[in-house]
Design a binder for this molecule. Structure first.
Ligand SMILES: NC(=O)c1ccc[n+]([C@@H]2O[C@H](COP(=O)([O-])OP(=O)(O)OC[C@H]3O[C@@H](n4cnc5c(N)ncnc54)[C@H](OP(=O)(O)O)[C@@H]3O)[C@@H](O)[C@H]2O)c1
Length: 167
């Protein structure tokens, strides 16, 4: 599997790391590849457009762990170029809304950010982009590893670990 989401599971994280996929066989094959690298990620099915699937993993995580420390949403959305740009603008707007909502709910220890991985060689880019999966995973893994009680960045869009002005 060559999405940089797969490679994010490569991070050294003090806790359980779950890789999700909507296709069990592809997900389990990805787990085997990561195990061959000496990693120990776990697998759970997730189809993000299926509400039952989303609720199922939520219940599983709440029951097993009582919550999550970090969630990386890496799913590719919309493909035609104009729609693609709008979809990314939607992700940035959604990030800002989520960060604001969590502050309102007084969930003070939750940060919500989005990032660009750069031009990464993945299935989506038909392996024509120049960056490796390792390089694409740099900013997402940087965001996952913020220590508890960090208050920034929050509601931001990052590239190469830096907050970008996108407007
Ligand atoms: N690669 C780049 O150069 C680049 C640059 C800027 C931004 N991005 C963004 O980074 C994200 C990931 O890109 P990528 O290059 O890794 O894409 P990718 O190779 O197409 O991987 C996307 C992954 O999302 C999964 N997925 C799609 N729809 C799903 C659904 N409904 N439920 C669960 N999983 C689903 C796909 O699963 P299946 O295998 O089952 O299809 C695939 O494993 C995208 O949002 C992309 O726009 C990428």
């Amino acid at each position: 599997m060559t999405t940089y989401g797969y490679w994010i599971c490569n991070l050294q994280f003090d806790g359980d790391v779950y890789l999700t996929a909507r296709d069990r066989m592809r997900g389990e094959n990805a787990i085997k590849e990561l195990e061959a690298e000496g990693l120990t990620p776990k697998f759970h099915l997730l189809e993000i457009t299926d509400r039952d699937s989303v609720l199922e993993i939520k219940q599983f995580l709440m029951k097993t762990y009582g919550g999550v420390d970090a969630f990386v949403h890496n799913t590719a959305i919309a493909y035609k170029k104009s729609a693609y740009g709008m979809s990314k603008l939607g992700v940035i707007a959604f990030t800002r809304i989520l960060s604001k909502k969590t502050k309102e709910l007084d969930q003070v220890d939750v940060l919500t950010n989005c990032c660009s991985p750069g031009y990464v060689s993945t299935d989506m880019s038909s392996h024509k982009n120049p960056l490796t999966l390792d390089e694409g995973a740099i900013t997402p893994t940087f965001l996952v590893k913020f220590p508890p009680n960090s208050d920034a960045p929050n509601g931001e869009f990052l590239y190469l670990k830096e907050v970008m002005k996108w407007y």
